[in-house]
Design a protein around this ligand. Structure first.
Ligand code: DNO
Length: 355
């Protein structure tokens, strides 16, 4: 595996490449053109500039998270091909720039959902948290307003203010889209992009829906083992794979994470590894990565990745806000650096004990 950190680019991130370079064992970053608009083709020059900046800091641009998908593609409107053509152009350019992993999601309207961005834990750290009760009480605009004060001046992926301003209209365009339709539209998209992925050896890594169930009545399909296997079978190509995100699949305690990993041998193209602490089945918070701080057995998760011969990029995921850091919720430096170091430690121990 290759340990990486997500980096939003020098215009948007409080964390610098120099800091990332100093985390032991982190050799690459996962980045994106954060101000790109879904549906537009990325310019070659912008891709190369991003790559150059990262390489100048002594790191490698290991993959993209995310190239976002235009709503027309998810809804399946008649103009979707134009946006898929642009997506293909972006993939072609990424391939030409020697970038071979793209993380994306197929969640309608929002990306991930949390009901609190700064829940205080007993040690004084603050974390992202979710309660179903809060979701059931609020509509999306109310929820956005309730978390907006805690963003620390950052723009949260999938929760951009321009998008929130159109939230009613977005719900309207998804009104006839159910799970089956979403699967169909995902299949159409994947079938169209696979030839370019084959040509440039680009691994597509779909990110799970987070939380792994329907929110605000919207369909959500990338939520469990059965559905991921359905997705991979419907377009059976090794480039059609997944981002295994323990914190997202793990929101549903029915998901057996090590078992899911073992069933995905050869198709996990990217791993996000983090822990959650459940206070009840419908209330969880994002704990430190350490097993004993949360609910998951992180050793078993890393062991499962080891057992399937995982060699792809991995990153610690959301960190707690600690040591008075002010950063995008979940994406500060300190706790993610601790997470990377802990995951590297587990990996080293697993490797050595298997020799
Ligand atoms: C949350 C992230 C997601 C993820 C996208 C992938 O912190 O894991 O925003 O990047 O869903 O497209």
């Amino acid at each position: 595996m290759q340990m990486t950190l997500r980096w939003y680019g020098s215009k948007f991130d409080t964390v610098t490449l120099k800091q990332i370079r100093q985390i032991p064992g982190v050799t690459g970053v996962i980045s994106t053109l954060y101000d790109s608009v879904p549906g537009e083709a990325w310019e070659m020059e912008d891709i190369l500039n991003l790559k150059k900046e990262i390489e100048a800091a002594g790191l490698k641009l290991v993959g993209i998270e995310s190239v976002n998908i235009h709503d027309a593609i998810k809804v399946g409107t008649p103009d979707r091909d134009k946006y898929i053509d642009n997506y293909i152009l972006t993939l072609e350019r990424l391939g030409q720039a020697d970038i071979h992993m793209v993380c994306y999601n197929f969640m309608p309207v929002f990306d991930w959902t949390r009901t609190e961005l700064a829940r205080m834990r007993p040690d004084g750290s603050t974390v992202l948290a979710y309660t179903q009760e809060a979701i059931d009480k609020l509509n999306p605009e109310e929820m956005f307003a309730s978390i907006a004060g805690d963003v620390n001046g950052s723009i949260l992926p999938g929760w951009e203010p321009e998008r929130m301003a159109r939230v009613k209209e977005l719900f309207e365009i998804y009104k006839d889209v159910d799970d089956e339709k979403l699967f169909e539209n995902l299949k159409y998209f994947l079938e169209r992009i696979m030839p370019v992925c084959d040509k440039y050896d680009i691994n597509m890594a779909i990110h799970p829906d987070d939380p792994a169930w329907s929110v605000f009545g919207l369909p959500r399909i990338i939520i469990n083992k059965e559905n991921i296997h359905r997705m991979m079978k419907m377009v059976d190509n090794p480039h059609n794979g997944v981002t295994f995100c323990s914190g997202s699949y793990g929101t549903n305690l029915q998901n057996d994470l090590p078992d899911m990993i073992r069933s995905l041998k050869g198709r996990i193209h990217f791993a996000h590894v983090r822990n959650l602490k459940f206070n009840s089945p419908t209330d969880f918070e994002e704990s430190a990565h350490l097993s004993s701080d949360g609910t998951f057995d992180m050793y078993e998760i890393m062991l499962a990745l080891y057992d399937i011969g995982f060699t792809g990029p991995i990153r610690p995921d959301h960190g707690r806000m600690i040591w008075d850091e002010v950063a995008m919720p979940g994406y500060g430096l300190y706790d993610r650096a601790l997470g990377a170091t802990y995951l590297n430690g587990l990996w080293e121990a697993i490797e050595k004990s298997h020799k």
